[in-house]
Design a binder for this molecule. Sequence first.
Ligand SMILES: *Cc1c(COP(=O)(O)O)cnc(C)c1O
Length: 404
Amino acid sequence: MIDVNKIRKDFPILRKKVNGQNLIYFDNAATSQKPSKVINSISEYYFNYNANIHRGVHFLSQEATDQYELSRKKIQKHFNISKLNEIIFTSGTTHGINIVASGYSSILRKGDEIIVSALEHHSNIVPWQMLCERTGSVLRVIPIKMEGSLDINAFHKILNGKTKLVVVNHVSNALGLINPIKDIIDMAHKFGSKVLIDGAQSAAHFKTDIQLLDIDFYVTSAHKLCGPTGVGFLYGKELLLNEIPPFQGGGEMISDVTFQKTTYADLPHKFEAGTPNISGGIAFGFALDYLNEIGLENIANYENELLKYCTNKLNEIDDIEIYGNSKNKIAVISFNVKGIHAYDIGSILDKLGIAVRTGQHCAQPIMDFYQIPGTVRVSFSFYNTKKEIDIFILGLEKAIKMLR
Ligand SMILES: *Cc1c(COP(=O)(O)O)cnc(C)c1O
């Protein structure tokens, strides 16, 4: 069970007024708010032990290194990863995807195939298109069905011996649908393909067991799970990470540098060139601690309640179309009101202190599929309440009246 009133006290920003109203933050799929525990861990680092890591013999450097590496261990435990050196700190999901896409330039040959899904965020489409341009590989797409879920039969037909990589998100940021990644991974492995899972939208809402699912590459961002922006991690099976070349050259990622030849450091440092986001990495660990204190199962149950509550209320309003109607979804609702532009609804809600997202949600192919310019998206977190949903529904009804 979740004590939402107690939890809300952990998030200082929720006390904020926007346009004279209590802030109602329903844009959690874009980024979540941060609890004091996480915010404080950042100032604590700068107040008390700011130093560069992995290099100094001195006291502060050791303390900073210990804290940063402790975060790596927290990630290992949370996601059930076999080896610490399979965890690469990144600046976020986008960075992680680009490390793999860039590395695969040296593995893919002309005519090889990469499969993406039609539900992807642009950051899980564009790097693969760029990789195909560099290598002459072919990008193939798993289509979606009208209700928004992936057409798994079509996936089976596209998959073949030339498929080298399948890349798919665990949860779609635009529609909130949970994809059947276990089936996708097992099927891809039968054809010898590797699989990259984009966990940016799922990690805040339920636990992912990387070893159990036999995931080859996994990426996520801290900022969607109560952590800071500018940090995330890439997981790759040790064997696979050893196969691909470094993404960036620089300090930290080398073992020996001469002008004749440079040799690279071992994992994970081979992919961690330069001074990282140290405070961010440390705060990432605190964010995982925070989520685990509440419990991911409690979070999922409570958010699911909010999802049902809001979906029912929305369905009572005339002319509302919700996109992505699957039972398997997180607390994200993407919708339109017939004859009204999503942006206009968003603007009026903003005047009422309610933050929602409008537009394409970095997933233009989905909008093209439904032949719409965009949607209004509300996305909940465990610190949202039914009372906030009531206020949102009243605001939406008011907006519809004004815009009709
Ligand atoms: C947010 C998001 C991304 C991009 O994450 P960044 O933190 O901006 O790198 C990628 N995929 C999905 C599904 C997302 O929700």
